[in-house]
Design a protein around this ligand. Structure first.
Ligand SMILES: [Zn+2]
Length: 255
């Protein structure tokens, strides 16, 4: 089996896990794209990210999906650095788990916003330009890591649900860290551990087994989880404040 065939097989199994764990996907196509040098998503464009979700990515990448004979209509699309992850894994089953974990992470981003309406074919190139601009936007230095807002409380709640469903509906146990939520997100080490968020949500997880995930999290979050999140948020804010004070003092001393 060639490297590309092995990665395709991992990606196909990932699609199955995602579909089984996330009923919200319904029957719409799920596109898992990985970067390549002459594609619309190049390794340079992906930069140091391992995966990403972008609104209307299915439409943005439609020309390439059509060229490859993969286009089956509007759906959900994520980019996962699958080939690189495969090449770097010393033990290949680890690569498959990492690909599943990252895909579920990106799908939690998709779940975290109202489902986007499909776009018209004539809007595809404008969406692709938006996507490229977003990828190339330099990260601004800020005491609060930019990832904090994208991986906030509701994202964390969704990621826990997705992790739980992968285990209980798809029989796919993953170390929670592979879904990269809570303290597993780079820069957000001061948040609580994924296992703590899972424990805080256990009663909700056990009681919402077959409902769509957007419905499952439309209720008020359990108090234990809200308080756990708030404690992590205070640690992030307090570190940011100390950083800002130290920078101001430093500027004052040298000004
Ligand atoms: Zn993310």
């Amino acid at each position: 089996m060639t490297e590309l065939e092995a990665v395709s097989e991992f990606v196909n199994r990932t699609c199955w896990v995602a579909r089984t764990a996330i009923p919200d996907l319904g029957s719409q196509p799920l596109y898992i794209v990985w970067p390549h040098d002459d594609g619309m998503v190049t390794p340079r464009l992906l930069g140091n990210r391992d995966g990403l979700y972008f609104r209307h990515l299915d439409g943005a990448l439609r020309p390439e999906l059509e060229r490859q004979g993969q286009w089956r209509g509007p759906g959900v699309c994520v980019v996962i650095n699958a080939l690189d992850i495969y090449r770097q894994a010393a033990w290949k089953p680890d690569a498959e788990r990492a690909i599943v974990g990252l895909t579920l992470h990106e799908l939690a981003h998709w779940l975290n916003v109202p489902e986007p309406k499909p776009i018209a074919p004539e809007d595809c190139s404008a969406r692709y330009e938006d996507f490229v601009r977003e990828c190339e936007r330099p990260e601004e230095a800020h005491p609060i890591p930019a990832g904090f807002w994208a991986h906030h409380r509701e994202f964390t709640r969704l990621a826990v649900h997705v992790w739980w469903r992968a285990k209980n509906s798809a029989g796919c146990y993953l170390r929670p860290e592979l879904l990269r939520f809570g303290s597993s997100v780079p820069g957000l080490e001061k948040l609580s551990e994924p296992g703590e968020y899972i424990n805080a949500l256990l009663p909700e997880l056990e009681g919402s087994h077959s409902v769509p995930l957007r419905t499952a999290v439309a209720t008020t979050a359990p108090l234990e989880f809200v308080e756990l999140w708030a404690a992590g948020e205070r640690r992030i804010m307090s570190a940011a404040l100390q950083h800002t004070i130290a920078a101001a003092r430093n500027a004052g001393e040298h000004g």
